[in-house]
Design a protein around this ligand. Structure first.
Ligand SMILES: Nc1ncnc2c1ncn2[C@@H]1O[C@H](COP(=O)(O)OP(=O)(O)O)[C@@H](O)[C@H]1O
Ligand SMILES: [Mg+2]
Length: 262
């Protein structure tokens, strides 16, 4: 299921080779290798604590691997930071920070430079306007981020990633804690972003919708258990091995094995 090394043609958007990461004595990710072609919408699934967020942070270069490497468009990830945007897990953000919607999106234009230290250019403002329009948050632009619903907050962070103009977007559980209508709206933004040729890697915890939402899935629990089409990855035996009989996973197996989500 893992494609052989390439000799010709453009490099993959994301190439992970023998990635091993640990925070303590035991590795959280062990010898993970895969590559993703540009323009794919890829889901990352696996139980809690299986290393999904760590994989995202490793691709971003936030976490240093013990072994292995990550290349983005053929370049080591630390040299391609501007080409990647990150939409963090909602729980990882301080929502009391006194900043408006448009200021958050403008941060996407400045990278590491704080927004107050630099005057936005005409292009910066256009990019922010476009991004807000794409996620349909224009009318909330002057609102403090703490006063938004969970789904609106997700859309603002999605807009920040779009304003950055990155070719690769990494999202950590964007659908967690949002209502069904917001989930649909976010999915449309992900699809249109993919349609614009960008590559998206999305941590997702709902196996029931995984086949419908993604072109390919990465199933991880410390190791990479499977990588391929949803049909290849959502195999009952594989899932029961990785999820170890979690009841919730088994409920979805019925749907998955009968093709119920397509
Ligand atoms: N900063 C950290 N320091 C120490 N351990 C961590 C840290 N971040 C995550 N871990 C541990 O690494 C494992 C994988 O975590 P994580 O990547 O967040 O998994 P997931 O996103 O799949 O729930 C868990 O056991 C978690 O407790
Ligand atoms: Mg996580």
């Amino acid at each position: 299921m893992i494609a052989p090394p390439r000799r010709n043609g453009p490099p993959p958007a994301v190439q992970v080779d023998h990635l091993t990461v640990s925070y303590g004595p035991a590795p959280v990710l062990l010898d993970i290798s895969f590559q993703i072609e540009p323009g794919q919408l890829v889901g990352v699934i696996g139980p809690n604590g299986s290393g999904k967020s760590t994989l995202i942070k490793s691709i971003l270069g936030f976490v240093k691997p013990d072994l292995g490497e990550v290349r983005l468009f053929g370049v080591p990830s630390e040299k391609a930071r501007k080409r990647v945007a990150y939409v963090p897990q909602r729980g990882a953000v301080d929502w009391d920070f006194p900043v408006t919607v448009e200021q958050v999106v403008m941060m996407g234009r400045y990278g590491q430079i704080p927004w107050w230290a630099w005057g936005p250019s005409h292009d910066d403002r256009l990019a922010v306007d476009d991004a807000l329009e794409t996620v349909r948050m224009t009318k909330f632009r002057r609102r403090q981020i703490g006063q938004l619903s969970g789904g609106q907050q997700q859309r603002v962070f999605m807009a920040r990633a779009l304003a950055q103009g990155a070719d690769i977007l990494l999202l950590d559980e964007p659908f967690a804690g949002v209502d069904a209508a917001t989930e649909r709206a976010l999915l449309e933004v992900l699809d249109s972003t993919k349609g614009a040729g960008r590559t998206l890697i999305v941590v997702h915890h709902d196996l029931a919708t995984a086949a419908e939402y993604f072109d390919a899935l990465l199933l991880i629990k410390q190791r990479l258990f499977a990588f391929g089409s949803p049909q290849q990855v959502l195999q009952p035996e594989l899932l029961s091995e990785v999820y170890e009989g979690s009841l919730r996973a088994f409920e979805h197996l019925r749907d998955v094995s009968t093709g119920g989500t397509r």
